[in-house]
Design a protein. Structure first.
Length: 396
């Protein structure tokens, strides 16, 4: 309960009605959907979970695909989503979402034709290119800009930038966002992200000092997760617990003292990295969380989750062949894909600490206790309490 924003288990419990409906029917509209407007990116972050799609070192490989979401397919998707009970949508990647020139049109359509809440993950370098700053402030619940460094030099080296997308450009765009937010009296939450890696952990304090006096709403810290495409040894896939305990945690404590209420941390991932390096906390037998938070790739495929984007064996179908609603309601196809993940592969082709990981923990527990009246009664009480204190509950 440390974080009122980054708490997937709490958010699942808030949507208890939807959870029970899913277990009863076997299919409901997603709560959250991740949409990749672009697989291309103007940065080259080595820790990107979708680096296999766009980093130059993967060029020529089977998964390399720097495609951009086609305008007609893109607009058909948002029209389709506006007809569902979807609660929230995140623009993400893939690549850098703001590189797609049709993103603004998609946002405008959803603003005018739906009650879907919007969020955006971005590197923040291209908000001005397609004049996105004001519309994002007007329409979005939150925007999170990935910075991941504490000095301009290391930022530009780590991300391989140029004068059009470097540290100074991003910092300027962040300040413009904040000014615009205040000018139009927007309620958008502006967050700054920091993925802690072996390359940048020494700059955590520098980063905190930059943003202690800049009027962002929060700074989010989360540990680097080695996705399966980068893993060389599945038994020792992630960075060792010694690093997190001896190098990272104390620096995060320093950042918390500097940032105070602005400090946010995905502590549940750190806990799994430190306390259970054998399983990384994966004690569930089914990936149920993915049924509430799928991903639509820039290639038009509806994927199980963000960690499987690009892998066609984990696609439910293509928007070039069927509508999203048709794909999502094809329970037979979805069951085939999920049976492969859950029972044939038993997660052997899944990254640890994946997007639905934390949701899966509580959903598996709920499934195991569906007939326990006391368990369900207590969960309902907890749900009512959490609704009062958790922020951005529509975004799992």
């Amino acid at each position: 309960m440390e974080s009122k924003i980054f708490n997937p288990q709490a958010k699942v419990i808030i949507h208890l009605k939807d959870v029970y409906e899913y277990f009863k029917k076997g299919n409901i509209d997603p709560i959250t959907i991740e949409v990749d407007p672009s697989n291309a990116c103007n940065h080259s972050c080595p820790f990107c979970i979708s680096g296999h799609l766009h980093l130059s070192k993967y060029k020529g490989t089977k998964l390399f695909n720097r495609t951009m979401f086609d305008k007609d397919i893109f607009m058909n998707l948002v029209r389709d989503l506006s007809k569902t009970k979807l609660k929230s949508l995140n623009w993400t990647g893939g690549g850098e979402p703001t590189m797609n020139p049709h993103l603004k049109g998609a946002i405008t359509y959803l603003e005018e034709n739906s009650n879907i809440k919007l969020g955006m993950f971005t590197n923040g370098s291209m908000l001005e290119r397609f004049n996105l700053t004001e519309i994002v402030c007007r329409t979005h619940t939150w925007i999170r800009i990935s910075l991941d460094a504490g000095t301009p030099k290391s930022y530009d080296q780590l991300r391989v930038t140029n004068k059009t997308n470097n540290f100074e450009v991003v910092l300027k765009n962040i300040k413009n966002l904040i000014e615009t937010k205040k000018k139009i009296k927007s309620n958008i939450s502006v967050g700054i992200g920091y993925v802690v890696t072996k390359d940048n952990y020494k700059e955590i304090k520098d980063f905190a000092n930059i943003f202690k006096d800049i009027d962002v709403d929060y700074c989010q810290f989360k540990p680097e997760i080695i996705q399966i495409e980068r893993a060389t040894d599945r038994k020792n896939e992630q960075i060792s617990e010694d690093f997190w305990l001896n190098e990272a945690v104390n620096r995060l404590d320093e950042a918390k003292k500097i940032l105070k209420d602005k400090f946010q941390c995905n502590s549940y991932k750190l806990e799994d990295l430190i306390s259970s390096p054998e399983t990384y906390g994966r004690n569930y037998k089914e990936c149920i969380g993915s049924q509430f938070q799928p991903c639509v790739g820039a290639d038009g495929n509806v994927y199980v989750c963000t960690n499987h984007r690009g892998h066609k064996e984990f696609s439910y179908g293509s928007l070039y062949e069927k509508s999203f609603i048709e794909i999502w309601n094809d329970i037979k196809k979805k069951s085939e894909v999920m049976n492969k993940i859950n029972y044939e592969q038993k997660f052997c082709k899944c990254s640890h600490l994946c997007k639905p990981h934390e949701s899966n923990k509580i959903l598996w527990e709920i499934k195991q206790n569906l007939k326990d009246k006391n368990f369900k009664k207590n969960l309902t009480k907890k749900s009512n309490y959490l609704k009062k204190i958790i922020s951005h509950s529509e975004f799992i």
